[in-house]
Design a protein around this ligand. Sequence first.
Ligand code: HT7
Ligand code: ZN
Length: 876
Amino acid sequence: GQIVYLADYRPTDFVLERVDLTFELDPQNTKVEARLIFHRREGTDTRAPLVLDGDELNLGGLLLDQNGVPAAQFTATPESLTIRDLPESKPFEITVTTFINPEANTQLMGLYRAGGLYCTQCEAEGFRRITYFPDRPDVLAVYTVNIIADKAANPLLLSNGNFLGGAGYGEGKHFAAWFDPHPKPSYLFALVAGDLGVVEDSFTTMSGRDVALKIYVEHGKEPRAAYAMDALKRSMKWDEEVFGREYDLDIFMVVAVSDFNMGAMENKGLNVFNDKYVLADPETATDADYANIEAIIAHEYFHNWTGNRITCRDWFQLCLKEGLTVYRDHEFSADQRSRAVKRIAEVRHLKSEQFPEDAGPLAHPVRPNKYREINNFYTTTVYEKGSEVTRMIATILGRDLFKKGMDLYFERHDGEAATVEDFVKCFADASGRDLSQFSLWYEQAGTPLVTVSGAYDAAKSSFTLSLEQAIPATPGQATKEPMHIPLRYALILEDGSEAKPVSISGAEVTGDVLHLTERAQTVTFTGISSRPVVSLNRGFSAPVNLHFEQPMADIANIARYETDLFARWQALTDLALPNLTRAARAAQNGETATCDPAFIDALLATARDESLEPAFRAQALAVPSENDIARELGGNNDPDAIFAGRLGVLGEIARTGIDTFRSLSGAAKANGAFSPDAASAGRRALSNAALGFLAHAEDSPARAAEAFAAADNMTDLSAALTILSHRFPEAAETTAALAAFEQRFASNALVIDKWFAIQATAPGKDALDRVRKLMESAHFNAKNPNRVRALVGTFAFANATGFNRADGEGYAFLADQILDIDKRNPQLAARILTAMRSWRSLEPVRAEHARRALVQIERATGLSTDTRDIVERTLK
Ligand code: HT7
Ligand code: ZN
């Protein structure tokens, strides 16, 4: 793989006008005929050859305007097809024939077989595995697709756009034709063929058009698609109401497949989903599964406008569609559920996934400026930080100007392949605001650190806030410019009211947003009648780390009285972290620490506070994770000590709050029949959090075993099983529960994935042997990405003590697995390998073991570009 640079972008020499594809499907020998009409772009070199991309292709035939092409006029390799001496100005037609083997396609890119289906995945560069093509997102064309296949095995023949018609084709075959009137890049092409069940519904758009909605799933699983269908209709309505976006074809289809590299794919009119994000019922899906289905159905649907109608000029602009679409799905879920709780979950995810990426060897800007393997840039930085950057534009501009900017973007760039600059300019033009400094958020990697101190002058009734920003060095970026950081804030007075300053100087303040734009700024507020408590970065308005030496009493006040619920949760976290880091350090020195009672008081008061929604109280009880503590410690980390310290703190909370937890656990049961709505899910979350603490306090598996037996839904069942296997791995109750669970759900792969994941995350050094044993289980299938992620991926990403065994065996195991997975599915291998990204913050003995495992991977022969790229950057 060559390195590709953003600076090298230039448009193609040829313009593609039309694409006609004919597929004759066969499991091992599918014939693909592509008829492509091109003309030379005006102003380009009239002798330039046409160069088409390929990947492992074999040219089966080539025609130019229906005539054979002399061998001297073209060169075909598996990676490209070059045709010379083409017409100077008039359009011409190229007919390319290739033969491909879907069954042998284990990478799951291009056309492959998944559970008896034919299915495609073309983003980012999969289309070139189907036919030779200008496979880049700025080449937009109108497609017609003909599919011919055996009728009995493939009653269903689907592609993008509207159905044109179908008929018999002799010899037990039939065909179907599809036409997509909207110009699109090749990465949005899709084809699905096979035999599936369907759930049908319809949606009437705001202009009164009827759209047929179809969700295809394996026969017999139709009832489990009802929630996805409901989420789809809510998404369509919401996008009309909030963004004014109407759907633009007669039909919208979703197909659930069991073998898929990622979550889902937004192919025009034909979304393909990992079935994990479609199928749900109370018996088999947790509340988290329901929330994910809702979010991902919405995300892929929203791409119809942000991604498909307006696409990306090149892959460096990936955040243009992904960051924006994540922002849109976050807003959708916030409107469907509790906004504050949703925001807390988002920030938790951002801090536990994106902050470590931004602080380690794989850090890159939201818009990278070079890549070796684009598949490795579908990252949490592009997606989640990209979403935060969009959110900051909304925060800086305010709701109305943000909407004006979005409207302008849709109007100006519909049907185009756009850039980040195009996007930002719409907001600058709509608002009249200069966003050039803000644009650094797309260019500079690393999480800014904002250091804050405050001073109150009673004599002058004034308060000054001193702020400094620093952006850490990241690979390839040693020094940084100061950024535009929008911080929502409140100054809270003694009586709990918010101060209304007479004047503010030293920074621009709009509403409750303080704009930090210099490296250092001192902001003075006058007319402040008492020493205020500062609540800063309310709602997590900017994705930064704050270092604010605030009195603990102030933080405790925010935890109890802030009206911004996010800030209350943040304050509880700020109270918890010093206790947790102290406990971890003590454990590292073979000592024990005790908790600050004020922290436990604040936590328990929140847990008991019935004026708060249960989902929020559950979030409060989910104390910072082992990874959160590791990040706070910042280096020389010993995961065993972190675990032991944290366990000690949990025990103290549990014993102090035992009465509270008794009354909270099981409280959700009183609410009758199962419903997946957010309020019911919140009650279950609170009750299960309490059950976890109770198990600590009582130090007995009895209660969790009872809960396991009584559970009537997967949320409660898996929560009880997790407590049993994580806290009481040796108990007879645990062995029995694991066996019962396995037996009951043996035929449901998605539930067996939970069974794998729960066991893979059970802490301690025995975890590795358990994982090895589970790989021998008949349920395991090394070819299925969901199984591999559930067992190997979860172990590496989410079992800090098990994976980071002091003897380095966890890393050695992962290295072996990566090398094995890489032979079949490089994308999956590279993704799981990113679990090693924080190896340098480990204590020296573990770090050395980790480095050796990485070197072992690096030295292996035949490594894919994907895995080579990750391992080399991780070691650098
Ligand atoms: N846009 C989709 C990305 C995706 C993908 C990328 C590489 C390899 C396989 C893939 N499957 C899906 C998903 C999304 O963000 O909506
Ligand atoms: Zn997306």
